[in-house]
Design a protein around this ligand. Structure first.
Ligand SMILES: [Mg+2]
Length: 261
């Protein structure tokens, strides 16, 4: 709890941490109110690239939480940051939803099936066999293959559904090529977050999430405090078999808020 008190910026996972599907957890609003009262910063960091940043901002606002546009950061946005930073060509074959396509177009990328120079894979809820076939064709031709995040499944109220990591597995099985992956827990995500938000003093920053191999692993890799919530995917039993150990374990965000009372 002492560790929690020294945190000034909380990087918060969304699904399984702040809400589940469309249902805000009952402790999330009080958590936000406490953070605002104390002048602590909180930024939502999600790997889910099936929607874009503005969608999440709107979704959170509709749940009654007032936030600014830059309080959400997605793996899709981190991928755009990465492509720009390393001067990748603008012509992309993007396997993604219309929302992700829009975000890439808004940032000046040209989405094309004719002569693309890079293949980017997101969590595509509109995936078709034709898209897979084309992506594999371009990757076999030697185009760089970038994926927004590694999650195998996405939690939903009715159970897990195949996510970007599962789509990567299919493409890699077909082509033999592994992608460059950007989202949590990879250093590219941390680099993008640092560039956008500063986060100079690692002792005052925490990553809070429900998943060991993304949220907690990123906290560890970034040298910041990692806080596991048990409101989502991870059960206490999972910790026995995992090499990734969080610095702090709490039931949910409400317990973090309580640390400040
Ligand atoms: Mg989660």
């Amino acid at each position: 709890m002492e560790k929690i008190k020294s945190i000034e910026t909380f990087l918060l996972d969304l699904d399984g941490t702040f809400y589940l599907g469309d249902q805000l957890y009952p402790w999330s609003l009080p958590f936000v109110e406490t953070m605002k009262r104390l002048g602590k910063r909180f930024i939502f960091v999600t790997n889910n690239s099936s929607q874009n940043g503005s969608y999440y901002v709107e979704k959170i606002r509709k749940m009654g939480v007032s936030i600014t546009d830059d309080q959400v950061f997605t793996a899709g946005q981190a991928t755009i940051f990465y492509l720009k930073k390393y001067n990748y060509p603008k012509n992309i074959y993007l396997v993604g939803t219309p929302a992700l396509e829009q975000e890439f177009r808004d940032e000046g990328f040209v989405l094309t099936e004719k002569d693309p120079e890079v293949v980017v894979l997101g969590f595509d809820l509109t995936l078709t066999y034709e898209k897979l076939e084309r992506a594999c064709f371009f990757i076999r031709q030697g185009l760089p293959f970038i994926a927004t995040h590694p999650d195998f499944n996405c939690p939903t109220p009715t159970g897990p559904i195949p996510d970007c990591g599962s789509m990567i597995a299919l493409i890699t099985a077909s082509t033999g090529v592994k992608p460059k992956i950007i989202g949590k827990p990879y250093p590219e995500m941390i680099e993008a977050l640092r560039s956008k938000y500063g986060l100079e003093d690692p002792k005052t920053v925490a990553m809070v999430g429900d998943r060991l191999y993304t949220d907690i692993a990123m906290g560890k890799a970034a040298g910041i405090t990692s806080i596991l919530v048990l409101s989502g995917e991870t059960q206490l039993d999972d910790l026995l078999t995992s090499d990734t150990k969080p610095d702090v374990i709490v039931e949910n965000l409400g317990e973090i808020a309580k640390a400040f009372q």
